[in-house]
Design a binder for this molecule. Structure first.
Ligand code: NAP
Length: 451
């Protein structure tokens, strides 16, 4: 197998891709022989590239010596189509065994996607119908609806949809995969999963980090394209979709698309930018890019009539956190003592993976007071050793031609349509500069309280 990473000097390769490939190697899950070609613009020799990656990655890598021998680094500007001939010659010089898979992983900003894809097609490094050659696109696929459509057209003119993998690593996360199981394998949840019983649903993905060295990429993207178009909308689709007729990939994706097609965004959006963003490397001094966004939306289906869905994501928050909070309506209650609280079901995605159900019970003692109680399930507590990271699962799925956890084109198309409409609203909304999470949350609370 030849696994080529475009954008290999980037954050994603160091933090996620190389560690995931290493773990798969350690677990003997990679086809053997395999070779990893890392392509970046910065100049390195393979030895210095590999040494730098090893220095940056955290954790135990007992078989690193053997693994690193499979990595090769090629300095190449991939925005120049002619350079792909050099890449082709380079691959030929590696004398790889014939007949293995060729996976091209585009860990780059989306505007490079058509350039790299076209060059691979023109140079016949990926060929229509040859299922041994596949191309993987990092999120976001496109910069808006028009570019996404253009990229997709370019691909499907020359290769098959089944050779294209549009990745959203959230879908590889354990607790995202668990959403459908918890919903549809339990009578107690699915029968009350509707507007009659649920007051609102919050989907939150907060990051404590700034844009760090990724300003050039991030400023063209912002929170809407970097997080909402993919991670948050995919999470929403899983939480809100109607029951599919079966658990096939196509049936599930059809239901997810239904959610996105029926999504109505309310005017009550809050856009924020963290104080100091304009001084970050690679950011124009007058940038209006949002680093925080809070959205109130409705899913116009029978199931969800008038139920608000709150989506929130931001950088420079007090801590990193991703979760889904389902808040149920008040119970009609005849207890006079103790005020029953609303039930909540929290699906924890990060840092803890788990499920917490809050409910009311009887306080110990002689009188019938109610008091809040919690059932707490820790998903990862019983796992021995390292649990699989999302990227391990997804890379393995590409190798095995399984696209069920990847995004289908119509999901992407629907989500860009919504993001484009939010971007049009953005022109009329203030951009709140925030010093802290509490400051921007106050703006959100006020906006939604008065809505
Ligand atoms: N970082 C994450 O944790 C993460 C998570 C999920 C998804 N993603 C997605 O992954 C993609 C990449 O993210 P990233 O964080 O790795 O970005 P990044 O740190 O900005 O890296 C992009 C890499 O592309 C290289 N590059 C840019 N132009 C090039 C050119 N013309 N020729 C050759 N190399 C070139 C850069 O190389 P030089 O610096 O050498 O110029 C840089 O190393 C984005 O689409 C992002 O949304 C990232």
């Amino acid at each position: 197998m030849l696994f080529t990473i475009f954008g290999a000097t980037g954050d994603l390769t160091t933090k996620k891709l190389i560690p995931a490939l290493y773990r798969l190697y350690e677990e003997e899950q990679l086809p053997d022989p395999f070779t990893i070609v890392c392509i970046g613009r910065r100049h390195y020799e393979t030895a210095s590239f590999v040494a730098e990656i090893r220095e940056k990655i955290e954790g135990e890598y007992p078989h690193w010596e053997a693994f690193q021998g499979r990595i090769h680094y090629l300095t190449m500007d991939f925005s120049v189509e002619a350079n792909f001939e050099i890449f082709k010659l380079y691959v030929a010089s590696l004398n790889l065994s014939q007949g293995g898979q060729k996976i091209y992983y585009l860990a780059t900003a989306p505007h490079y996607f058509p350039i790299i894809a076209r060059a691979l097609i023109v140079n016949q490094m990926i060929v229509r119908g040859d299922m041994r050659s596949k191309i993987v696109f990092e999120k976001p696929f496109g910069e808006d609806l028009d570019t996404a459509k253009a990229y997709n057209r370019l691909l499907l003119e020359s290769i098959e949809e089944s050779q294209v993998y549009r990745i959203d690593h959230y879908l590889g996360k354990e607790m995202l995969q668990n959403v459908l199981t918890v919903r549809f394998a339990n009578k107690i949840f699915e029968s009350i999963w509707n507007h009659e019983n649920i007051e609102n649903i919050k989907i939150v993905a907060l990051e404590s980090e700034s844009v760090k060295q990724r300003g050039g990429y991030y400023d063209r993207s912002g929170a809407l394209k970097d997080m909402v178009q993919n991670h948050l909308f995919q999470t929403l689709a899983l939480v809100a979709m109607d029951s599919p007729m079966g658990l096939s990939d196509t049936l599930i994706k059809n239901q997810k698309v239904e959610v996105l097609e029926n999504l109505q965004i309310s005017d009550d959006i809050v856009f924020g930018q963290y104080a100091g963003y304009l001084q970050e490397k690679g950011i124009p001094v007058d940038s209006k890019t949002e680093t925080f966004v809070a959205i109130k939306a409705y899913v116009n289906t029978q199931r969800w009539r008038n139920t608000p869905f709150y989506l929130m994501t931001g950088k420079k928050m007090s801590h990193k956190l991703a979760e889904i909070i389902v808040t149920f309506k008040d119970a009609s209650c005849f207890f006079e003592k103790g005020q029953p609280e609303k039930n909540t079901l929290t699906i924890e995605i990060f840092p803890r993976e788990g499920i917490v159900l809050k409910f009311n019970g009887k306080a110990p003692g002689l009188q019938a007071y109610t008091m809040p109680m919690r059932l707490d399930y820790c998903h990862m507590c019983n796992v021995v050793g390292n649990s699989a990271e999302a990227y391990e699962k997804l890379i393995l799925d590409v190798i095995h031609d399984d696209s069920s956890l990847f995004t289908r084109w119509d999901e992407i198309e629907s989500s860009w349509r919504i993001i484009d409409s939010i971007n049009r609203m953005k022109r009329f909304e203030p951009l709140h500069v925030y010093q802290s999470e509490s400051e921007i949350m106050q703006v959100v609370d006020e906006k939604w309280r008065n809505a």
